[in-house]
Ligand binder design. Sequence first.
Ligand SMILES: [Zn+2]
Length: 277
Amino acid sequence: MALYGGIEAGGTKFICAVGTGPGALRDETEIPTTTPAETMQRVGEFFCGHRLKGVGIGSFGPVDPAQGVITRYTPKLGWRGFKFRETVERLTGVPAVLDTDVNAAAMGEHRWGAAQDTPDFLYLTVGTGIGGGGMANGRLLHGLVHPEMGHIRVPRHPGDRFSGSCPTHGDCLEGLACGKAMEQRWNAPRVQDLPDGHPAWNLEAYYLACGVVNFVCTVSPTLVILGGGVMKRRGLLSAVRREVRQLLKGYVPCARLSAPKLGGRAGVLGALALAAA
Ligand SMILES: [Zn+2]
């Protein structure tokens, strides 16, 4: 049986796996993200014991999927301009495909998770940052480069004076609503320390709903999957759903909002699915 390799390349660690899907993994490992030379040497060592047909990469970005590189705009300094696809192909001797971490997660959810048989959907992750990917007509969203849904503009909530945490735009959606923004605005060491019932959570639901409404009105997905560490808070998904309904005012139907079915596994499994596609 043909085996594939999957790489979920994150800012702090790489998750690499070999197999064909959930429940059919032959091997898996985690490698710290340090320098490209050091990290990729270990990636090569991990894959070299396996006969692969191809490798899929879901990476932090921004990336240029057509060129297979991480762009020079990435905040991870040592990785600017890194020829990711070419390096993996050289290390493994098989074809590789590069996409964003969120498009990979979307691919995983489409193949095995919440978006099966759903050709038009989005996958948003709300964690340290905010990212979005998805599919239109059953194809991953690409174009100029790839969607950067975390960096759209949303109307400020009246009374919110926080300047925003995005190093590039300040108060874009990510700057107002990612985990880091919540910690800075409310002076909390970690998002998890903000208790249920804290005003942080209603404000978070408002900003995320603003984002979702923009996406519903622009790309018309039937389903929006909301994942990432911040979304694990009990009650947040239903609060976002309520806000979205209120903001849409029935003008268009509300897209289905759902948690990811593969949870934190969507990225690495999606990378496998990218390789097999
Ligand atoms: Zn931004």
